[in-house]
Design a protein. Sequence first.
Length: 190
Amino acid sequence: MYKRHIGFALNIAALGFFFPGILLTMFSFNMEMAATLSGSNLTSSLIDKELSIMATVSELWDDQRLLVAALIFAFSVCIPLLKTLLLCLAYFTKSLQIERRLTNFVAAIGKWSMADVFVIAIFLAIMSTNHADTTTTEQFSVFGFKIALDISTQTLSAAGEGFYYFTAYCLLSLIGTQFASSAARYKFAS
């Protein structure tokens, strides 16, 4: 019986991490270019972005990448909220059969909602190019003077606090769902 209460409590606690996880910065990305000409330096920021899950969905939607925006929104926002709603219904229902069906369904869709975590992990791995510095040196002659031009770029990316909140949400939700499913199976077998 205690597993049911623990599962419910963990899923409610997971919501406390969910909303900051989708609203706070998931990752930041910065790309700078520097040019050195005869000892004079010029630095310019080419890209400087901090994106949350919701900001990413909004940006993708605005850029007319509707399918990608819809998939991220569905897997990162809709399915987690649906899981929590169904687990709350299962917790408060009086019917053991309905409780078991709901928790089994949540366990099944829980695997699909982990697709967003996989996508975000791959995206962060691709974006984590902190060591991607490139330098090009060109020499040319103007009116008999040799001039050296060094052009370099540096790309930096980092996980933001939204990433850690969302990861905490995913882990708590998975553990809570396991407790709820286990309790429902045990109650139904008794």
